[in-house]
Ligand binder design. Structure first.
Ligand SMILES: Cc1ncc(COP(=O)(O)O)c(C=O)c1O
Length: 407
């Protein structure tokens, strides 16, 4: 699995996903009390009647694949991000792949990204034919360290693009990254797969780069089952992405059988788009709940021996994950599990340490990413948590770390 949050079982609603060693614990039922007590899940998609009705309407219409529902979702999601165009895709990885192709990244290009992310951030760069190079992260935000990026750009002259990742729901330092991109003439493709609605000074992620990409995987802040979206203000980039995800057709779906270039079928279905439109309406409420849950956890964990997440001045964190740093993660995770609280490790191995990235062409050491991979643990923060469950998560961390005073 290795992505942020559990993978629900095939019915998409089960709270009993397959656990993966050391990462996705806590999503199964607790057996030690006769199976009655539920674990507090690390993630739990909220699907309601609006999504069911929207899917029914699509099924009735008979337009199951690409169609008007997808066009409406693209328009609405792009507007939410504050940009002109959206191109819906089959998932976040294909969105990244298509966006990179659309901004002109390809064979021979070198693209800087974060090593502390889901592997898709770098895989998409390689799938577009380019070479990812990793730059270390800031230990407080877990996002690309702009000073390290500046040093790397001063050192090498072959970098053509940057893919900043807005990890855990917190925007990367886009003002500095965009400034450096202008200085070094780089394309910027934001990996916003974990950050729907995150802001810097009131401006939403998705609106800073030449293009930006989102994932709608079930654990994300909003879902379509599987799904993704490229957003951009640039009409030519949008047209190129729309063509690339549709076998290189020039004029999009229904545009006949003229294929101007090579492409894929990375299209979103109308069923997914219908779910997405219903979820998008709920996204502001979902994010507000995440922020409230995070604020309460931070308040209750103030005197616990864990580092709680930071929200820099002017930033709006949307807490895709609520991630603490601890010097004994294994013990904390085991103690939480004991108390019925799920947790997750995102990510236990930086991308530059993955077997598929070990041949040395992808850049040097990233010690802060290594340290984060060893010390971070994500706690439940999702909007389906009750107030009691948020308190129970905080109580469990306090008890596990032996904080006895009441807060
Ligand atoms: C940071 C990041 N990038 C890319 C992706 C890829 O998205 P998807 O799983 O929808 O392909 C994910 C999803 O897990 C992600 O978290």
């Amino acid at each position: 699995m290795g992505r942020s949050g559990h993978r629900p079982s095939p019915d998409g609603r089960s709270r009993s996903p397959q656990p993966a060693p050391g990462s996705e614990r806590g999503a199964e039922r607790c057996a030690n009390d006769g199976g009655e007590r539920r674990m507090i899940d690390i993630a739990s998609p909220e699907i309601g009647q609006a999504e069911r009705d929207a899917v029914d309407a699509v099924l009735e219409s008979g337009m199951l694949a690409d169609g008007p529902e997808v066009r409406s979702f693209e328009e609405e999601f792009a507007a939410y991000c504050g940009v002109a165009h959206g191109v819906a895709t089959s998932n976040g990885t294909t969105a990244l792949h298509a966006a990179l192709e659309a901004v002109g990244v390809g064979e021979g290009d070198v693209v800087v990204t974060s090593p502390f992310s889901f592997v898709a951030s770098a895989n998409a760069i390689r799938l577009a034919g380019a070479t990812p190079v990793f730059v270390d992260i800031d230990p407080e935000t877990y996002n690309v360290d702009p000073d390290a990026l500046e040093a790397l750009l001063a050192e090498r002259d072959d970098v053509t693009a940057v893919v900043p990742v807005h990890l855990y729901g917190l925007a990367a330092d886009m003002p500095r990254i965009v400034e450096l991109a202008e200085q070094y003439d780089l394309k910027v493709v934001e990996d916003a797969c974990q950050a729907h609605g995150a802001e810097i000074d009131g401006r939403r992620v998705g609106s800073f780069g030449d293009a930006a990409c989102f994932s709608f995987y079930p654990t994300k802040n909003m879902t379509t089952g599987e799904g993704g979206m490229v957003v951009t203000d640039d009409e030519a980039v949008a047209a190129a992405a729309a063509s690339y995800i549709n076998h290189g057709r020039e004029s999009g779906p229904g545009g006949g059988y003229e294929h101007a270039s090579l492409g894929h079928n990375f299209r979103m279905t109308s069923i997914a788009a219908a779910i997405g439109r219903a979820q998008l309406e709920k996204l502001p409420r979902f994010n507000e709940r995440r922020r409230q849950n995070a604020a309460r956890l931070t308040e209750r964990l103030e005197d616990a021996p864990v580092e709680t997440p930071v929200e820099p001045e002017g930033y709006t964190h949307v807490y895709h994950q609520y991630t603490v740093r601890t010097d004994d993660r294994e013990a904390l995770q085991a103690a939480l599990e004991e108390r019925g609280v799920g947790s997750g490790v995102y990510y236990p191995k930086p991308i530059n340490r993955q077997p598929a990235y070990l041949d040395g062409e992808f850049g040097g050491d990233c010690p802060e990413a290594d340290r984060a991979a060893e010390e971070t643990l994500s706690l439940p923060v999702h909007p389906a948590l009750t107030e009691e469950e948020v308190e129970a998560v905080a109580d469990a961390v306090r008890a596990a770390t032996e904080v006895t005073a009441d807060v």
